[in-house]
Write a protein that binds this ligand. Structure first.
Ligand code: 1YM
Length: 664
């Protein structure tokens, strides 16, 4: 980064400017960002790339929280240029006494991680933090960036290249009375984001929607100008070309968030209305929105100062502890739990719960490897006291709602007891049997679990081919047949008695649910091998749902794969080639004109050699590793796919047409 010209401009006249010590520090500061971008934006991968947008949006959100801005627009322009605009007051342009630079220049060039600039006395402090903290970081990570400010009847502009001012702040003309706002446009620096500079609409949409829920009433528009599409009406008439656009605005705040999550998943709610709790002390503000549905899943999303905390922390702990206590105290005081009864557990009282926890505090401390966990201990007490008092009060005032929720928790507790008994039964039974392994399992000879693979194969005939075709040194085969249990509609107690799932549990060796122990896994790679048709992808989805709900670390640690059998066989003379999709088939058949093309209808049509060659041989096969990059997305996908409402499922399948390749 050039250590030369930083031009001071006051809003009226641009004057040359001489260096002073603090600016050298400044330059060093932004240089540090370019040297070690990971320290400031987390990574230089897709995550960091998207983070740039959130930093700029956050400044506009602060302006909205201060009560001056109602609408924020984010546009992905052609070439993956980002533009963020708001209708707030406009970033101040007056000269800062300590630097002699316009405030907007300082905001975009000085690395002020809560320190020097915008401190106590600057008058620029907002609730929840300091204005503009991330702006200079975004600037340092951009090949170029421009800021337009409309303020006090004029429009101003300043441009930057890789964090350096590219000329002074310019006054570019008058604007009508009362028009104010800020527009920031930037191009992420490809030198820094080597992996990709392509923005993903859904990633931005998800985060911006979260922001609009967490900041009730703020309107956020996300637009994608990279691709035009032409609407066609029922009569086939083409309309004017449009951009993809999503407008997000929720007057109900986090209550709307809960409703949104339920509607998107198509689950049935247990009681009308979202329960909303709010508490405030000098330590901070806590807000909770919660509602129960008839599924068996818990979905608790927590935020601190609008930042998602997927690893939880003190706010989640406070909530969970208080929730369990409220249920147990309520049960005892209303004679629903007898003294001799066991207490309801945390998982019992959270079955079917969708909950948003949002806390706002002076100085959030984020812990852990990925800074995804809230550490402030005072927040635990704040949330826990608030939830205990307010929810107890709510239960007293809404006895019908309290009863339906309480009944669900007691059913969950009974199922937990039943599961425990079933588990012990399985254990005792397998202790008596000579072999603990399921009868249908054709095991491999290798005993070192880091070198082995298991293929869970749909159908007995495909299972037979796989047994004959496999490398029996390292590959085990477990055939599955018949209709499989949909775990989305069953609790753990039914897994233990299930003749389709128990063989899988026993073969893998690591248990399920609370008892899951990855260190006992008997195979390094777990393949699901099913036909490449609708039924096959259904079985695949059922199996993945089971892993996701009961053996999640198996997926998280990258042990789950979907085998990819070919769709076509092309043969000419004694040359045989396989194609795994339509495009490959077209290419291959052009390469070998006159080839005979067979479409495989199922795994069973392949003989053992073919199955080995095309699908199982580690040297040739195509495999898809299942990853969870976003547990919420995966949860949503499974709830929709396996749930009982038809409409959300149809919508999901239409918008995710290739769900066979579910990358959860
Ligand atoms: C598209 C991004 O940055 N908007 C924005 C930023 C600021 C203000 C208004 C603002 C703040 C204050 C007074 C104040 C910022 N100002 C600063 C600083 N949108 C975007 N809109 N007037 C305007 O906090 O008192 C930093 S950000 F520090 F210069 F005041």
């Amino acid at each position: 980064m050039a250590e030369e010209i930083i031009t001071s401009t006051n809003a009226e006249t641009a004057t040359d400017h001489e260096y002073n010590g603090s600016e050298i520090q400044v330059l060093k500061g932004l240089e540090a960002v370019r040297k070690r971008p990971g320290m400031y934006i987390g990574s230089t991968g897709p995550r960091g790339l998207h983070h740039l947008v959130y930093e700029i949006v956050d400044n506009a959100i602060d302006e909205a929280l201060a009560g001056y801005c109602t609408h924020i627009e984010v546009t992905i322009q052609k070439g993956n240029i980002i533009q963020v605009s708001d209708n707030g007051r406009g970033i101040p342009v007056d000269t800062q006494p300590d630097t002699g630079l316009p405030a907007v220049t300082v905001v975009y060039t000085i690395l002020h991680a809560g320190g020097k600039f915008g401190g106590e006395n600057s008058g620029y402090k907002v609730a929840g933090g300091l204005h503009g903290v991330g702006a200079s970081v975004v600037n340092a990570c951009s090949e170029w960036l421009s800021v337009h400010v409309k303020r006090d009847g004029f429009e101003y502009e300043q441009k930057f290249r890789r964090g350096d001012p590219d000329g002074p702040l310019k006054k570019i003309g008058p604007v009508p009375e009362g028009v104010t706002g800020t527009v920031v446009t930037f191009q992420p620096d490809p030198e820094m984001f080597k992996e990709t500079t392509v923005y993903d609409f859904e990633t931005l949409e998800k985060r911006l929607r979260e922001e609009s829920f967490l900041n009730a009433g703020v309107k956020i528009t996300l637009r994608d100008e990279r691709a035009l599409w032409t609407p066609i009406d029922d009569d086939g008439n083409e309309g004017a070309p449009c951009y993809r656009e999503e407008v997000m605005c929720y007057e109900g705040g986090i209550k709307s968030f809960v409703t949104y999550l339920h509607e998107k998943r198509g689950v049935t709610v247990l009681h009308p209305g979202v329960i909303y709790l709010k508490g405030e002390t000098e330590k901070g503000i806590a807000e909770i929105a919660m509602q129960y549905n008839d599924s068996y899943n818990e979905l608790v999303l927590s935020f601190a100062n609008n930042v998602n905390t997927p690893d939880g922390g003190t706010h989640e702990e406070g909530f969970k502890a208080a929730l369990t206590r409220v249920f147990n105290d309520y049960g005892r005081s209303h004679g629903l739990l007898k003294d001799k009864d066991d207490n309801l557990s945390g998982t019992d009282v959270r079955e079917g719960l969708t909950c948003i926890i949002s806390v706002k505090l002076q100085e959030a401390e984020f812990e852990g490897q990925t800074k995804a966990k809230l550490g402030n201990t005072e927040i635990r007490t704040l949330v826990s006291n608030m939830v205990y008092d307010k929810l107890t009060e709510f239960f007293e005032e809404n006895p019908a709602v309290a009863k339906s929720i309480f009944d669900k928790a007691t059913q969950a507790a009974r199922a937990r007891e039943a599961a425990k008994k079933a588990r012990e039964l399985v254990r005792r039974k397998s202790a008596l049997e000579s072999s603990r392994m399921p009868g249908k399992l054709a095991d491999c000879r290798e005993k070192d679990p880091t070198r082995t693979e298991i293929f869970i194969v749909e159908g007995d005939s495909a299972g037979g081919s796989a047994k004959m075709g496999r490398d029996s040194a390292i590959q085990a085969i477990l055939p599955l047949w018949g209709k499989m249990l949909n775990v989305e509609k069953a609790r753990a107690d039914r897994i233990y008695g299930n003749d389709k799932l128990m063989p899988v549990v026993l073969a893998l060796g690591c248990g399920i649910g609370d008892e899951f122990d990855l260190s006992k896994l008997r195979y390094d790679k777990v393949f699901i091998m099913a036909d490449a048709d609708v039924d096959g992808s259904h079985i695949c989805t059922l199996m993945l749902t089971f892993f996701f709900r009961y053996m999640r670390p198996l997926i998280e640690q990258g042990h789950v794969y979907v085998a990819q059998p070919p769709l076509f066989k092309l043969s000419k003379g004694n040359v045989v080639k396989y194609a795994y999709n339509d495009a490959e088939m077209a290419t291959l058949s052009a390469e070998m004109p006159g080839a005979k093309v067979n479409r495989y209808k199922g795994l069973g049509e392949m003989n053992p050699e073919q199955l080995w060659e095309t699908t199982m041989n580690p040297d040739n096969r195509v495999i898809v590793q299942i990853t969870i990059d976003d547990a919420e997305k995966a949860d949503e996908a499974f709830t929709i796919l396996m749930g009982d409402q038809v409409e959300p499922r149809r919508d999901f399948i239409v918008t995710n047409a290739q769900f066979a390749k579910l990358d959860v």
